[in-house]
Write a protein that binds this ligand. Structure first.
Ligand SMILES: Cc1cc2nc3c(=O)[nH]c(=O)nc-3n(C[C@H](O)[C@H](O)[C@H](O)COP(=O)(O)OP(=O)(O)OC[C@H]3O[C@@H](n4cnc5c(N)ncnc54)[C@H](O)[C@@H]3O)c2cc1C
Length: 412
């Protein structure tokens, strides 16, 4: 089979589908190629939070020492498995290099601008017919704390967020419970991030898919195997379901992007960061406001028809096995909020983590008709629409709505 398109998007997670949406909006004839959208993608079982509150990148001071301290704790929220892989070692070296106060100060306005623009784009997308049921809710986010240690961390984040112009409230225990009486976690207080929002990530993906198909896009279940090149141009894509030609190509294959980009001689510094979630069906979630437990680093998100509990970040390659000990802090919260949670299986997904906590959004220098959109780590849902819009602008050769220099694919 051979067919020709304006743009082929490889990867049908939230990043690929958002790119496809904005490309189609520009009038492009779009092809989406994905080998396991609703099974393999991180974009389905995640916590569904849209988080301008997350202005501090993962690579922040103290993270490495926490990782080392937690190495022997089977329930710790962060796990870094020692590995001799040169790619992993390089990524870890780059990661620790960015764990500085200067890098945090550099990243805060970048992440704030990206996520606030994305939030605005979510409103526009979700106002369209077909998105009524995705559960977009502007209820904010409660960052809960129990220990003095977590309280201090939360208040530091609150100061940074306030300085960056975000709307926050510092709440004691009673004020938190007044705002959200359904909080069952033992707490001493919280920080409320008013601008944060949430949705059901899989329903959002399915609504995007329906819109793309209605608009004439082609979605093919296929694995991309190789690229055909001529000079500095990629001419065709060979897949498990045949050969496709396209004028431009977007690689949005999440944690698997390094493998695919390497076929073009392009290195992309992304490592899979495994996380878990447990989704308990409920008729009406008792909780209205999404919460993050700063002590356990567990997320709780009410969604249409369910409450989802998530957490852990394990850097251990593509090991998709589920370590129930590491999932137990998530399970304890699920049991506290919902009956029947023990019957629900644990889901695992790989966050595409960059070493500096910023995404890769830009063209491949050797092949200017190929673009990369990945590395969104803990914020792929949040940054889906803005990434899609920036990629559509880059593909069409227009000026971008935000400066994309910090997202350069070759920056490391
Ligand atoms: C537990 C957990 C909770 C999270 N919570 C949040 C949250 O609350 N808010 C937030 O903003 N983010 C959250 N995230 C992060 C978010 O889920 C990810 O950043 C995002 O889903 C990444 O999207 P993606 O499209 O880049 O990758 P993916 O969703 O992983 O999609 C990549 C796709 O590429 C396909 N693919 C790979 N290789 C090939 C190939 N060779 N050929 C064809 N197809 C290929 C895969 O099958 C897959 O479908 C969370 C993640 C986890 C794990």
């Amino acid at each position: 089979m051979s067919d020709s398109y304006d743009v082929a998007v490889v990867g049908g997670g939230v990043i690929g589908m958002s790119c496809a949406y904005y490309l189609q909006k520009e009038g492009a004839r779009v092809l989406i190629l994905d080998r396991g959208r609703y099974s393999e993608a991180a974009s389905t079982g995640n916590a569904g939070m849209i988080v301008p509150s997350h202005i501090v990148p993962l690579s922040a001071p103290g993270v490495i020492s926490k990782g080392i301290k937690w190495l022997m704790n089977p329930e710790s929220p962060l796990y870094i498995k020692p590995s001799a892989s040169p790619k992993f070692m390089k990524w870890l070296w780059l990661f620790q290099k960015h764990c500085t106060a200067d890098h945090v100060a550099y990243s805060v306005p970048i992440l704030r601008d990206l996520s606030l623009l994305s939030l605005n784009l979510f409103d526009k997308i979700c106002a369209l017919p077909g998105f009524e049921d995705v559960g977009l809710a502007h209820d904010g986010l409660l960052m809960l704390h129990r220990s003095e240690y977590a309280r201090k961390d939360n208040l530091e984040l609150a100061d940074l967020a306030e300085d960056a112009g975000l709307f926050i409230q510092r709440l004691d225990r009673d004020e938190t419970l007044e705002l959200e009486p359904a909080v069952k976690t033992e707490i001493t207080g919280s920080v409320f991030f008013k601008q944060d929002a949430s949705l059901h990530p899989e329903l959002f993906l399915r609504a995007l898919e329906a819109r793309l198909i209605n608009g004439g896009a082609t979605i093919v279940d296929a694995e991309v195997l190789s690229f055909e090149r001529s000079g500095s141009e990629v001419k065709a894509i060979n897949t498990t379901s045949g050969r496709y030609t396209s004028n431009q190509i977007v690689l949005a294959t999440g944690s698997w992007t390094p493998e695919l980009a390497s076929k073009l001689g392009q290195s992309v510094a992304v490592q899979p960061a495994k996380g878990y979630s447990i989704t308990v069906p409920v008729t009406e979630p008792s909780l209205r406001i999404p919460c993050i437990l700063a002590d356990e680093k567990v997320t709780i998100t009410p969604m249409p028809g369910c409450i989802r509990f998530g957490g852990t970040l394990a850097l251990q390659g593509f090991d998709s096995s589920i370590d129930e000990r590491r999932a137990s802090p998530i399970r304890r919260q699920a049991a506290a909020y919902c009956e029947g949670s023990e019957a629900v299986a644990t889901w695992a997904g790989f966050r595409p983590a960059s070493p500096d906590g910023l995404p890769f959004i830009g063209s491949v220098p050797k092949y200017p008709n190929v673009f990369v959109a990945t590395g969104h780590g803990m914020m792929g849902v949040t940054l889906g629409p803005v990434t899609g819009m920036l990629i559509a602008e880059l593909v069409s050769g227009r000026a971008t709505s935000l400066n994309v220099a910090p997202f350069n694919v070759d920056r490391h």
